[in-house]
Design a protein around this ligand. Structure first.
Ligand code: GLU
Length: 438
């Protein structure tokens, strides 16, 4: 099914809870649209653009039949949504998760549009996903799923069209299968069709931990602004996947005390600081569950969010900081490594409390920034060293932070509103210049 919504006649005043496509009635989509509406109001954005930005330009839904190892066939649902194509090829990850649907993939694609525009990358926003729990599939089932998904969304993909990357539940090996499946159809190697690949097939140095590195860069930037010494700052991190664990490692190395971490099962708390290198080794290399590590008190994810720490890093899934717990947060800074972890109601509470929120589209942009570097290296066939990658990442992300902060102060608004307004305005300007076809 291809839903092409660019010519929609939806009323600009239509409430976000009655979307033009019923599948979009999803809390994460409603959060993305509500954030957009607020920023659009503040920008006084014209009606035509408002209508267009609320819905994806293209959305493809596919059924993915897979032969399981036991010989049976199972069909999984997959999506690829391109939210806006005005500024360049679209860019965004592929998520494998049991909650994936058209609504949350569209929200994530919309956030990618603002994220790429805010950081000045020449991309529109996209996102893809398959509704599956990847931990329940064998290696070869995962490979067949990935290849068939890519074959189904093939018409949308290409280094000048749409460039996927990893997200929750996917990794460099899966990106290698994406690259291979696309390249097999073309008849030659096309490394620039996907980022987050292994180095041997055109990946970039520094991509695997780029999101975590960007989180650490901005955390240190905020502490520096407040003149808080690194060794006086404490950190709680929800989620110990690719992003959460990398952020923990970089902040630990910078001398901060990581007092709490968690995964799906629960968390570890130690006010003296957790031994992050040991935890990473035992959790990732020895596959020991967090609870077995015994290096801190065992806590729930709800308790983690209200831990007494200078910095809280939600690095898991969306809608974690809500009106129920926002009032109890004890941190001074929330830096959103996840996409959409804070609801609109919680935003208002945090603003009232004076907690600084560095919003997702800025905070976690390190991943797509280094994806951009990877794509540039692939299309130019010219590869950079790791120091270049790290320096250029820090330069782009800290500049975006400083510009967003200055804009927020000047307009007396939150960092989230400032980031959204700046991103949306870039995309709006591209649309105004290109005009409406035909
Ligand atoms: N999935 C990541 C994100 O949400 C990275 C996307 C990319 O590198 O294209 O930003």
């Amino acid at each position: 099914m291809i839903v092409n919504t660019s010519g929609s006649h939806m009323s600009a005043d239509r409430p976000a809870n009655s979307p033009p496509i019923p599948e979009l009635a999803h809390p994460t989509y409603q959060l993305a649209v509500a954030q957009f509406d607020r920023a659009a109001d503040a920008l006084n954005l014209d009606r035509n653009l408002r209508q267009r930005f609320r819905v994806p330009q293209r959305a493809l839904t596919v059924g993915i039949p897979i032969r399981m190892d036991d010989g049976s066939v199972k069909v999984f649902m997959g999506y690829r949504v391109q939210h806006d194509l005005a500024r360049g090829p679209t860019k965004g990850g592929i998520r494998y998760h049991p909650d994936v649907n058209l609504g949350n993939v569209t929200a994530l694609a919309m956030w990618m549009t603002w994220k790429c525009a805010l950081t000045g990358l020449p991309f529109g926003g996209a996102k893809g996903g398959v509704r599956v729990d990847p931990s329940q599939l064998s290696h070869s089932e995962l490979e067949r799923l990935t290849r068939r998904y890519v074959a189904e969304i093939f018409p949308l993909l290409g280094p000048d069209k749409d460039i996927p990357a990893p997200d929750i539940g996917t990794n460099a090996q899966i990106m290698a299968w994406v690259m291979d499946t696309y390249s097999q159809q073309m008849g030659y190697a096309v490394p620039g069709v996907v980022t987050g690949k292994p180095l041997a097939i055109g990946g970039s140095l520094g991509r695997a931990d780029a999101t975590g590195r960007g989180i650490a860069d901005l955390t240190l930037e905020a502490l520096h602004m407040w003149e808080i010494r690194n060794d006086h700052a404490t950190v709680a991190i929800q989620g110990f996947g690719n992003v959460g664990s990398a952020a923990a490692k970089f902040l630990y190395d910078a001398g901060l005390r990581i007092v709490a971490i968690s995964d799906l099962t629960g968390g570890l708390y130690n006010p003296k600081g957790l031994p992050i290198p040991e935890i990473i080794h035992r959790y990732y290399d020895q596959h020991e569950p967090l609870q077995a590590l015994k290096v801190g008190e065992w806590i729930t994810n709800d308790e983690l969010l209200v831990t007494d720490a200078t910095v809280l890093i939600p690095a898991a899934v969306s809608e974690q900081i809500t009106e129920k717990n926002a009032g109890q947060l004890k941190c001074r800074l929330v830096i959103e490594a996840a996409n959409g972890p804070t609801t609109l109601e919680a935003d208002a509470i945090l603003e009232e409390k004076g907690v600084l929120v560095i919003p997702d589209i800025l905070a976690n942009s390190g991943g797509v920034i280094v994806s951009y570097f990877e794509w540039v290296q692939d299309v130019q066939r010219f590869f950079w060293n790791e120091t270049d990658v790290q320096h250029r990442l820090r330069e782009i992300i800290t500049r975006a932070f400083q510009r967003t902060l200055a804009f927020a102060r000047q307009r007396n608004t939150s960092m989230r509103m400032a980031a959204l307004m700046m991103g949306i305005e870039q995309v709006a300007e591209a649309h105004r210049l290109r005009g409406l076809y035909p």
